[in-house]
Write a protein that binds this ligand. Structure first.
Ligand SMILES: *Cc1c(COP(=O)(O)O)cnc(C)c1O
Length: 508
């Protein structure tokens, strides 16, 4: 509760505003001011300058804002690599149950048995899906999961006295977060080129592997949407030199229930729960990036993880099943990577998604792969019909893609001066979120599509037709696109360099 110098709590703002133009009300404070002795240097000197608006004005403002936004609930969102799937509303219902939403993470264990049992089940389920032995749910993003795992590996080698291991290997198709995470942990990055067919070059790998390598980081299927068939060999090469293998699990949507990083020979992996298990994301969060590790790394995980043990004494009164769930601190823990216990809301929603599927998770990944391949063929089919098939080629010559695929608009660029960015902006005018552009970097004028399993065949067919129509639009018009969106083409570099995130009070 914040008090102003005058001795009132914030609800006094009502009086200040004369009871008009206030679109909110504050509850009465639970404790009177003299019972909460806040140091005077922490007290507000002046009332906060909040905008004074009535409730209808507030409602209109936020509704207006929401209508200027694009989201998975407003249209097709084939943003490759990001796995934008429908977020079932049942997840929200479960996350908002009072026994989940109204607890504080600092409550004692016997208050938290329900939540801890969910955490434990989620850890267990992720361990099974990934073929790992232990899991932490603490990291709140895939990138943070990567960093956490890299740190566990680093401590593992420190403890073994192998401090000469200063290098991390990444293929050139890797997501930018892989080298970034390794560099943050202080490693030198060694990039190896991919083969013509987009896959790992084992000879290039052999050439750089020695006893100074700590880790190799691989995404499988890789960022071109191709399954890396040589991963077991890569893993043998790295392990033979004493290194560790890291699996970037952002693309789990393609393999869940089919195979696992454990089977492929990996030692550690992260999940992007917000991608694979449906959790609204984008615009910076909230996410969840649990990691799984093999047993030799388990005692380095961030603390705490949830374990279960037999019930003792009158714990039975509070237990939710025949075991007791308890926080556990791994012996050589790298510490904490997040306050409390990760993004509980995101973990619960993703747990709800997984419980709804159960063993059907296997069908989920199958449908994701089917939809991606269907869309890839539909794009070619519609392009042919519209006579624009010369405008793009596949980004990787694969018979079957996994849950996402790339195309290159280099031919369009050369023939008529239309870039991947122009086509992306043209799609916005037709009411679609554009696919990912210019990633992965190894494909020129790249566009990357990921429809996910939650889209219908009708949606994919209509999108493919519309895509072909955009390719028919003349270059000059496409350079001007988008024209129907609230904001036209923005200068992204300027926006990133000159962040403006606060209300410009002083200019009023
Ligand atoms: C999304 C993604 C990441 C990073 O995950 P965040 O949750 O955005 O931090 C890492 N690798 C790949 C391949 C990804 O697609």
């Amino acid at each position: 509760m914040v008090f102003d110098e005058g001795g009132g709590c914030l609800s006094r703002l009502f009086d200040f505003a004369g009871g008009t133009g206030m679109g909110y009300s504050q509850p009465e404070p639970l404790l009177s001011k003299d019972k909460v002795a806040l140091p005077s240097n922490l007290m507000r000197k002046a009332l906060p300058r909040w905008p004074r608006l009535s409730e209808p004005e507030m409602v209109r403002h936020y509704t207006w804002l929401s209508r200027r936004n694009f989201g998975i609930d407003t249209g097709f969102y084939p943003l490759g690599s990001c796995t934008m799937k429908h977020n079932p509303r049942v997840n929200e219902v479960i996350a908002q149950l009072p026994g989940i939403a109204d607890i504080h993470p600092h409550q004692p264990e016997h208050h938290l048995q329900g939540l801890l049992s969910i955490y434990h089940e989620m850890q267990h389920m992720l361990a099974i899906c990934s073929g790992m032995d232990d899991v932490t749910l603490q990291p709140v993003a895939g990138a943070q999961g990567e960093f956490t795992a890299v740190r566990c590996v680093q401590e593992y080698f420190r403890k073994r006295g192998e401090t000469q291991r200063t290098k991390v290997i990444v293929p050139d198709s890797a997501h930018g977060t892989n080298p970034a995470s390794a560099a943050m942990a202080g490693y030198d990055i060694v990039e190896i080129p991919s083969l013509e067919n987009g896959r790992i070059d084992l000879e290039a790998l052999k050439a750089v592997v020695d006893d100074t390598v700590a880790l190799m980081m691989i995404t499988n299927p890789n960022t071109l949407g191709l399954f890396e068939t040589d991963v077991p060999e890569a893993s043998e090469i790295v392990h033979a030199a004493g290194g560790q293998m890291y699996y970037d699990g952002a693309n789990f949507n393609a393999i869940l229930g089919r195979t696992s990083p454990g089977l492929m020979g990996f030692d550690a992996v992260h999940f992007n729960l917000h991608k694979t298990f449906s959790q609204p994301h984008g615009g910076g969060g909230p996410g969840s990036g649990p990691i799984g590790v093999k047993s030799h790394l388990a005692e380095f995980l961030p603390s705490p993880v949830v374990k279960k043990r037999p019930i003792v004494g009158d714990e039975a009164k509070f237990a939710v099943d025949d075991m007791w769930y308890t926080w556990y601190e791994p012996e050589h823990t790298i510490g904490k990577v997040q306050q409390w216990h990760g993004n509980a809301g995101a973990i619960i929603r993703c747990w709800a998604y997984y419980r709804r599927y159960g063993y059907g998770l296997k069908d989920m990944s199958e449908h994701a792969v089917l939809n991606a391949n269907y869309l890839r063929h539909a794009l070619h089919r519609e392009a042919k019909k519209a006579d624009v098939s010369h405008m793009f080629v596949d980004g990787a010559e694969a018979e079957v893609a996994k849950h996402e695929f790339t195309i290159s608009l280099q031919p369009a660029k050369e023939a008529v001066g239309v870039s991947a960015m122009d086509v992306a902006k043209g799609l916005l005018d037709l009411g679609y979120m554009a696919p990912t552009v210019y990633f992965p970097l190894v494909v020129p004028e790249c566009m990357m599509f990921e429809p996910t399993e939650t889209e219908s065949r009708d949606t994919l067919d209509t999108f493919a037709k519309d895509f072909a129509q955009v390719l028919k639009v003349d270059a000059q018009t496409l350079h001007e696109a988008p024209i129907t969106t609230p904001v036209r083409r923005v200068d992204e570099v300027y926006a990133a360099r000159n962040l403006c995130l606060k209300h410009p009070f002083d200019e009023e």
